[in-house]
Design a protein around this ligand. Structure first.
Ligand SMILES: [Zn+2]
Length: 206
């Protein structure tokens, strides 16, 4: 077995302050349990500094959220992508998906989000990869998925939904690194003749 690639590990880890992305700072001022002020520093029994409530002692952990997504594949081997209508990445192409809800499994979340964003009913068939993006504080799970029902249509969260042949993929319009890595990994698996690492451009932050 070869070593797994970790593409996010090649990107600069700038924009972090006190163990979290800087944009998260306003959410790390007060305790969710009692409203007390949080301080960042050493806590007993932990190797890392943590956000601890000065009133009740509750620790606020900062952990990435899971994003459940699919690459729906048509019977002709085309890949369904959406053009995003909501931030971040408005106007860019990505695979359908979204934040996992607390009361669903990862597959349930991926299937639900794909239906919401494309109108397609899908069944995951395998895992393309698991892609961290620490700057955005997310981990993106990407499934390959068979299309088993529904009808492809533009939804409120999308500007466009299209099935792309491998040779027509909008490489330079893919907005998120995690989407670019997933599409590259999938295409690499079905078209080893293509040098996919030369296609598309990695961005700094997402
Ligand atoms: Zn508290």
């Amino acid at each position: 077995m070869g070593r797994l690639d970790d593409p996010a590990g090649r990107l600069p880890m700038h924009g972090f302050d006190r163990g979290a992305p800087e944009w998260m700072a306003p959410m790390l001022r007060n305790c969710a349990r009692c409203g007390g002020r949080l301080v960042y520093g050493p806590v007993a029994g932990d190797e890392r500094d943590r956000y601890r409530c000065t009133e009740c002692g509750h620790i606020t952990y900062v952990n990435p959220r899971l994003v459940a997504t699919t690459l729906p594949i048509t019977d002709d081997g085309e890949i369904v992508l959406i053009r995003r209508a909501i931030p971040p990445g408005v106007g860019t192409w990505a695979q359908p998906g979204g934040f996992l809800e607390a009361d669903e499994t990862v597959i349930q979340g991926a299937v639900r989000e794909t239906l919401e964003e494309t109108g397609l009913e899908v069944e995951p068939t395998g895992i393309v990869g698991i892609y961290p993006q620490p700057r955005a504080s997310v981990v993106v799970v990407v499934y390959t998925a068979a299309i088993v029902g529904g009808r492809m249509e533009v939804k409120p969260e999308t500007l466009d939904v299209r099935a792309f042949a491998i040779d027509e993929l909008p490489w330079d319009g893919i907005g998120f690194n995690t989407s670019l890595w997933a599409v590259r990994d999938y295409v690499r698996s079905v078209r080893p003749d293509l040098d996919v690492d030369r296609l598309g451009t990695e961005q700094g932050d997402f």
